[in-house]
Design a protein around this ligand. Structure first.
Ligand code: ATP
Ligand code: MG
Length: 290
């Protein structure tokens, strides 16, 4: 009898841990220049994390241009806009993609955020807050450049990935974005992702250019997330509407991504600040709106 009670207690404790044990890390994926590969990166990064057993939710915040859904050939039935209008719950707007990644289409929702009534905001926070403990990662794909809305998504996140390519314009625009973010929040956790590098050397050179200027003028060390190669299979998979990590698992982009994730997950505990999570993210969003 005593044993049974104890077993029950330990089962309850385990269930509680499972329910609240995930530390939800909110990452906003941004870039200065558009078209550098943010959406493709976000989706395939999510898949590579899912492969490592992580629960990932993507929030598509690119207003106007639905992206992630097109890239994976899934048509969302409902969007954040329905949630904001209180016509749907979180679980109703959460779409499922390949490898069981979850996905929320922003629709016109993110624009609506700008003029929300307080009770709508409360509902939004209550609903999206349920991602806390459910997801290991919430990845927010933003549109190109910096507007009032993407700046909020950036400033509220645990981490900001700045995607750039080795093109000079992309490098200067990445720095301009970083400067603007750091002016607003000097403690922002930024990381650099160089996409479409012809060689690892070229990728490193691009990252060095940004980080040297940031160190000199902003007194800021920006760690590197990684380098992804320019890979024709990425474009092919966009046309096929199948993420490259699934359509071409052995291509150079997929292999680099896998290696990046493994290195990252291995070192995460030591390097990264513990995530503040989804609830904190939403609270910071609210503060930034008011
Ligand atoms: N690693 C890569 N190798 C080759 N081509 C790539 C790579 N990454 C992205 N591309 C190409 O760049 C195009 C744009 O990518 P994507 O839509 O992901 O960029 P984005 O930064 O999200 O754009 P936007 O700023 O408009 O949201 C893709 O359709 C693909 O053809
Ligand atoms: Mg995009």
């Amino acid at each position: 009898m005593h044993d049974q009670a104890q077993r029950l207690r330990s089962m309850v404790a385990q269930a509680n841990r499972a329910a609240s044990g995930r530390e939800t890390r909110v990452i906003t994926i941004s870039s200065g220049k558009g078209g550098v590969g943010k959406s493709n990166f976000t989706l395939n990064y999510a898949l590579a994390l899912a492969e490592q057993g992580k629960k990932v939710v993507i929030l598509d915040a690119d207003v106007g241009f639905a992206n992630i859904d097109v890239l994976m050939g899934v048509k969302p039935k409902q969007t954040l806009a329905e949630l904001i209008r209180k016509e749907a719950t979180l679980w109703e707007i959460l779409e499922t993609g390949p490898m069981d990644i979850k996905f929320i289409a922003g629709g016109s929702g993110f624009q609506d955020l700008l003029d929300l009534q307080p009770e709508q905001f409360d509902y939004l926070v209550e609903q999206l807050g349920q991602l806390q403990g459910y997801a290991d990662y919430v990845l927010i794909d933003t549109g190109a450049g910096l507007n009032a809305q993407s700046l909020r998504l950036i400033l509220a996140a645990d981490e900001i990935f700045v995607v750039l390519t080795p093109e000079p314009t992309s490098i200067t625009d990445a720095y301009a974005l970083i400067k603007m973010v750091v002016n607003r929040d000097p403690s922002a956790h930024l990381k650099l992702l160089v996409n479409r590098a012809q060689t690892v050397g070229e990728g490193r050179e691009a990252a060095d250019k940004v980080s040297l200027v940031a160190e000199r003028f902003l007194n800021l060390k920006i760690p590197m997330l990684g380098i992804l190669p320019d890979d024709p299979n990425v474009t092919k998979s966009v046309k096929q509407q199948i993420p490259f990590y699934i359509a071409h698992p052995e291509t150079t982009a997929s292999r680099s991504l896998k290696q990046m994730i493994q290195t990252q997950l291995h070192g995460e505990a030591e390097q990264d600040a513990p995530p503040k999570g989804m609830k904190q993210f939403l609270h910071r969003m609210v503060r930034l709106f008011r």
